[in-house]
Write a protein that binds this ligand. Structure first.
Ligand SMILES: [Zn+2]
Length: 299
């Protein structure tokens, strides 16, 4: 397993691009012969579920959903999340040809019909506005905030540069502004701290932003992994009902992810898991015990 320390250190230093084979992901989509009829009434405005603020209004932190084993009617759930990392100072590397995006991964998730959540940096949306917009427009996916700069929100976070406390809220708002500029409609009010690093000071600083911080309970270990089988095994060993898995959507820093996903998805479905977006996990975390499906148990 690649340690997070190595992952972030290497994230900051890697300068070479890796290109994934596209053969498995280039199958044409089946055309829609009969477009769905327009709804008779306009859809209701959807308010995404969030967690209640913590003490003194602090930003709440979500890590995983209830460990409900699930039933035939209400299968156990797992959320795959993909961090679309690009750091504020990586523009010259992108200009030199390094790929921080991963269109093959996005296509595979579509082909396999896997609801997923993308935590995108504002800088990534600036670099890849068409992809950001397409991901945001796809009902299969949701886009959430991974900061503008991908700088750390604590003083010591795997060697990442640090955002001062007074600039934290601005950095998050700047990412939302970049999403709007790229044409991403309705990004979710969820925030993933770069490196997963946060403390009480950061939670207080982000309170006015009204976001729910989203961590994870399963590290995919895909950063700089070259063996998709090892990534798949690590995910499959770690997933429990309600898990949130962190993976990456960037070819240069996570070149094996797309191939790993091709293994992970059918295996978890065989085990009875249903893939959901983080918003559904958060909604489930807010659901009182009494409203869970009959026969559901905890582990
Ligand atoms: Zn990240």
């Amino acid at each position: 397993m690649i340690t997070r320390s190595r992952m972030w250190t290497t994230l900051a230093t890697l300068a070479t691009a890796t290109t994934l084979p596209l053969t498995a992901c280039s199958a044409p989509q089946t055309p829609t012969l009969h477009p769905p009829a327009a709804p008779a009434t306009p859809p209701k405005k959807h308010t995404p579920p969030t967690l209640a603020p913590g003490p003194q209004g602090q930003t709440p932190v979500f890590k995983s959903a209830p460990r409900t084993r699930g039933t035939a009617k209400a299968p156990r759930t797992v959320a795959l999340t993909f961090d679309a990392d690009m750091t504020a100072d990586q523009g010259p590397r992108a200009a030199a040809g390094e790929h921080f995006d991963n269109p093959a991964l996005v296509n595979t998730l579509r082909r396999l019909k896997v609801p997923s959540t993308f935590f995108m940096t504002g800088r990534w949306a600036e670099e890849y506005p068409a992809q950001a917009r397409a991901i945001g427009a796809d009902p299969l996916f949701e886009v959430a905030n991974h900061s503008y700069s991908h700088y750390a929100f604590t003083r010591d976070c795997y060697g990442l540069p640090t955002v001062p406390a007074h600039a934290m809220r601005t950095d998050v708002d700047r990412a939302f502004a970049a999403f709007r500029k790229a044409g991403v409609k309705r990004p979710l009010p969820y925030f993933r701290f770069p490196g997963g690093c946060y403390d009480q000071r950061a939670l207080r600083a982000l309170a006015p932003a009204g976001v729910t911080a989203v961590q994870w309970d399963v590290v995919g270990g895909d950063a700089f992994a070259t063996d998709p089988g090892a990534v798949a095994r690590q995910v499959l060993d770690g997933v429990r009902p309600g898990s949130v898995v962190v993976l990456h959507c960037t070819r240069s820093a996570a070149p094996a992810t797309e191939r790993a996903v091709r293994t992970i998805v059918p295996k978890l479905r065989e085990r009875g898991f249903r893939f959901v977006r983080v918003s559904e996990q958060i909604a489930a975390a807010r659901t009182p015990q009494s409203t869970r499906p009959a026969g559901a148990t905890q582990n």
